[in-house]
Unconditional design. Structure first.
Length: 193
């Protein structure tokens, strides 16, 4: 995680390198991969919030308080990560590259400011939260594979710099780690009462 943060800072300090990397990733014409990446990007926020809702519903059906608790921690992690991402965007005010560089082809939705990537933040917040709640390889591998696909899609579609994505990885992962530790501490405190 520290390496990603260092990479984001280095890229922010070197806009030419950040732009060069994005130009290498961004296609100059539509192709099948554009469609695949649009699908991944357009559905990532839905997936980030559908996962805890499904776990919560399953926990209620099974009357499993542990699953209900995990679902609430997952949802809180994703929501707080999204709020932090939006707040940072408003503080940093980094313009999207496709607005200033005609060499970037925009194939996806890019709303307000660029830094950090909100889609990537949510995806990594959820991947980390799910992996910590259910630490099994068959959960961890798909969760992070999907998060990496979301991160890549944001650059491929020309709506985020690599540093935006790296910052999103750090922010999403960090937020979920903090919430996991807080939830673990709270449960341990409640068990001792």
């Amino acid at each position: 995680m520290g390496l990603c943060l260092l990479g984001a800072v280095a890229l922010l300090l070197s806009p030419a390198l950040d732009t060069a990397w994005l130009l290498d990733l961004n296609p100059d014409k539509t192709n099948a991969w554009v469609t695949v990446n649009q699908f991944i990007s357009n559905n990532s926020t839905f997936a980030a919030y559908a996962i805890p809702v499904l776990i919560l519903l399953y926990g209620w059906l099974k009357k499993n308080r542990d699953l209900q608790w995990k679902a609430l921690v997952l949802a809180t992690s994703a929501l707080v990560a999204a709020l932090l991402s939006t707040s940072i965007k408003l503080l940093v005010h980094r313009q999207r590259l496709f607005l200033t560089d005609t060499n970037i082809f925009k194939y996806g939705e890019g709303g307000s400011y660029s830094f950090p990537s909100g889609h990537t933040t949510e995806a990594f917040a959820m991947a980390t939260a799910v992996s910590l709640a259910f630490p099994r390889w068959y959960v961890v591998v798909p969760a992070y594979a999907l998060a990496c696909a979301v991160a890549f899609s944001r650059m491929y579609l020309g709506v985020h710099y690599p540093s935006d994505v790296l910052a999103g990885i750090v922010l999403g992962t960090g937020t979920s780690l903090v919430f996991h530790l807080m939830a673990k501490h709270r449960r341990a405190s409640n068990a001792n009462v």
